[in-house]
Design a protein around this ligand. Structure first.
Ligand SMILES: Cc1cc2nc3c(=O)[nH]c(=O)nc-3n(C[C@H](O)[C@H](O)[C@H](O)COP(=O)(O)OP(=O)(O)OC[C@H]3O[C@@H](n4cnc5c(N)ncnc54)[C@H](O)[C@@H]3O)c2cc1C
Length: 325
């Protein structure tokens, strides 16, 4: 391994598969050094996940198989990253920017006295080391941050880095965390969310269809759901739609909701307030349908359709269905 080892923490699903953002985390690591994966799984689940990590470019994978992993919150992951980081002299650590990831990153930062950069949308290396990119002030500016000394812990916004690393046959190294005295909250009971959906997760979806107050009612919002299903897209909503009860809070896109960076974002009956734009402005392509030609969403849309969603969207769905049949 070179001196520029970059750790990527790769969460493993109960099925033993890596989370969808694993390829992106390793692709980002490859932009700034040698990608090294770190996995924490229940016993018996590590081998397949480690091989997948190699497929996504991890030259080495540190593996912890721990039977407390399903009953302990985040501490084993922080322990694994501390140990792996020391073993390879990691220059940076990449972690998904989600609820668990931010918790792990904070623990790791305190434990290793390292700088932390959150909600990062890109990385590069300059003469002095690793630099993180941030999209700030409602995505109107991009800024950069770098540590003055030591390694950098980065939580990476899903969907923001396109680079992918070539597959390799990774060296798999098992870690034993037995002696690390981490304190952690225990999971006493687990019940799956009642909102189970077959749609892709909003944060990682390639395409997102989002509905706003312009859909007018819960029944009207069903049009956004129908278009999302026709496109195999994730579903989002503006805050006004959430506040009006058309959609659950978990679907809110924006400054006080979820931030998404899909390939395609389709906004239906959304005015495009700056607080909404803050959560979707890094989408690669934006299509907006709104009956007000002056709506601010058209300022950032690549394709704008001035029209009534209840006239335009059913035609769109019909065309998509006709094409797929
Ligand atoms: C601190 C703070 C944080 C906030 N955080 C967020 C956030 O995270 N996310 C967020 O979204 N907002 C947020 N907001 C609220 C934000 O300012 C807007 O109020 C909100 O985004 C508006 O939602 P909307 O576009 O759905 O509704 P509106 O602004 O009411 O727009 C509805 C749009 O639908 C169009 N329309 C109506 N009928 C039709 C039709 N039949 N066909 C086509 N178009 C139609 C109208 O022309 C209009 O442009 C925040 C506000 C504050 C102060």
């Amino acid at each position: 391994m070179t001196e520029q080892n970059i750790l990527a923490f790769l969460p493993v699903l109960p099925s033993g598969e890596l989370v969808g953002s694993a390829a992106e985390l390793l692709g980002a690591a490859a932009l700034i050094g040698t990608p090294v994966g770190v996995l924490v799984t229940a016993p018996g689940k590590a081998q397949r996940a480690a091989e997948s990590a190699g497929h996504y470019g991890a030259t080495a994978v540190f593996v912890v198989e721990d039977d407390t992993v399903s009953s302990t919150l985040t501490a084993p992951a922080a322990d694994a990253l501390v140990t792996a980081g020391r073993a390879v002299g990691a220059e940076a650590v990449l972690i998904p920017d989600d609820v668990d990831g931010r918790d792990i990153a904070a623990r790791l930062s305190v434990r290793t006295q390292s700088a932390i950069a959150t909600d990062v949308v890109g990385v590069h290396r300059d003469d002095e080391g690793v630099v993180a990119h941030h999209s700030v002030y409602g995505s109107m500016f991009t800024t950069e941050s770098a540590p003055t000394h030591g390694s950098l812990i980065i939580t990476l916004r899903e969907g923001s880095v396109e680079n992918r690393a070539p597959g390799v046959d990774p060296k798999i190294r098992r870690l034993d965390l037995g002696e690390l005295p981490s304190q952690s909250a225990a999971i006493i009971e687990f019940s799956p969310s009642a909102e189970a959906s077959t749609r892709p997760d909003l944060r990682g979806a390639d395409t997102v269809v989002a509905g706003g107050r312009g859909l007018g009612s819960v029944e009207g919002f069903a049009l956004a759901e129908e278009l999302a299903d026709a496109l195999g897209a994730g579903l989002g909503a503006s805050r006004a739609a959430v506040d009006a009860g058309y959609a659950p809070n978990s679907l809110q896109v924006g400054q006080t909701g979820v931030t998404v960076s899909p390939e395609l974002y389709i906004a239906l009956g959304i005015s495009g307030a700056v607080q909404h734009q803050a959560g979707m402005q890094t989408a690669k392509t934006v299509i907006a349908i709104n009956k007000d030609p002056e709506a601010p969403i058209f300022d950032i849309a690549d394709l704008g359709i001035v029209g009534d969603v209840f006239e335009v969207v059913p035609q769109l769905i019909e065309t998509l269905k006709a094409k797929s049949s």
